[in-house]
Design a binder for this molecule. Structure first.
Ligand code: ZN
Ligand code: ZN
Length: 342
């Protein structure tokens, strides 16, 4: 089968023929229809972010936004059938026994196995998935539409959920990229008043089309001043990896506002203690999401309230996609088509 393989840390993957993998007793073999390209895949390939140095498999196949058809079932797999369309996220498997797993926070499992980091992912024509963590994709969604929901959609869903976004609240989304444009739609679906912020006018146009109530230039002192004059926001979700976006987002919080950390700047985030105390701000993290979160995201998409802007490219183009991602030249999400025929 064709696959994009990480042979050594660096700017590119090697697209080559490799052996088709064999599923174990608790696994399924998927014919991969689509795999989204996440920024984390770039970090995995370049080996440049400490948590992602967890790459434990030599000759790794990245990719953790995978949708495919079940073409082989392990002996113990009862709840899936041949031909089912399923999706696989960042969590290839969780232990089900550690304290976070028992508390309903399997996304924080200490023994989690990570798709496309610790085991092979979806940049390939076939992939092995743990059956327990392969979730059925609603029939109304195409593979290309569903794939990016498995990381981008899931991550912002949980970030908004952790921030307890409620109807009528003002919610600012910093960065209208692959994650941010989905966050705008979810916050709207939940009845929030959404303010989208970005430096790129085209992304602000996209935010308006997706229903943002306001679209502001994150680099404009006047726009930020105007937002502060409105009293600030209940929740600011920062999907941008720029530290400057966090500095601005923090200044836009209303009293008791929540700053949700999603984008990952290389440098530490810093906030003045006096300001933090003065408004009882909360800074909270969010890490991908659970299977229950993922089902909720798929329901939202199936009901027509969440749609990812996608661009489809053949698997062999993955290095060109990486290069554009490095230069910030991608709107929405790029999805690789892995097997030619669905
Ligand atoms: Zn991801
Ligand atoms: Zn666990």
């Amino acid at each position: 089968m064709q696959a994009a393989v990480l042979e050594q840390f660096g700017p590119s993957l090697s697209v080559q023929e490799v052996a088709k993998p064999q599923p174990g007793a608790d696994d399924v073999l998927l014919q991969v229809e689509a795999c989204g390209v996440c920024h984390s895949d770039l970090h995995v390939a370049e080996g440049d972010q400490p948590p992602l140095k967890a790459v434990t498999k030599p000759r790794l196949i990245p990719g953790h936004e995978v949708v495919g058809r079940v073409v082989e079932l392990g002996a113990n797999v009862k709840h899936l059938a041949l031909g089912d369309r399923v999706g696989v996220a960042w969590l290839h498997a969780t232990c089900g026994e550690c304290p976070p797993c028992l508390e309903g926070r399997e996304n924080l499992c200490r023994k989690a196995v990570i798709t496309g980091v610790m085991v092979d992912g979806g940049y390939a024509q076939y992939m092995v998935a743990r059956a327990s963590h392969a979730l059925k994709v609603p029939d109304s969604l195409t593979p290309e539409a569903a794939a990016p929901l498995f990381c981008a959609g899931l991550t912002v869903y949980r970030a908004l959920k952790n921030a307890e976004v409620a109807r009528g609240q003002k919610v600012a989304i910093f960065g209208v990229g692959g994650l941010g444009h989905l966050a705008v739609q979810i916050a709207k679906a939940w009845g929030a008043e959404v303010i989208a912020l970005d430096l790129d006018p085209a992304k602000l146009d996209l935010a308006r089309q997706l229903g943002a109530d306001q679209a502001l230039d994150a680099g404009s002192a006047d726009d930020i001043k105007a937002l502060r004059k409105q009293g600030g926001v209940h929740v600011a979700v920062v999907t941008s990896a720029a530290k400057a976006a966090y500095d601005t987002a923090f200044r836009c919080l209303r009293p008791a506002g929540i700053l949700s950390v999603v984008g990952l700047p290389a440098e530490p985030l810093t906030f003045p203690a006096l300001s933090l105390v003065g408004i009882e701000a909360k800074v909270i993290g969010s890490s991908v999401g659970t299977r229950d979160d993922m089902r909720a995201v798929l329901d939202l998409a199936a009901s027509g309230q969440l749609r990812c802007l996608t661009e489809v490219q053949p698997l062999a183009e993955v290095n060109a996609v990486f290069e554009r991602m490095r230069r910030g030249r991608i709107n929405g999400r790029v999805v690789l088509r892995c097997c030619a025929q669905h």
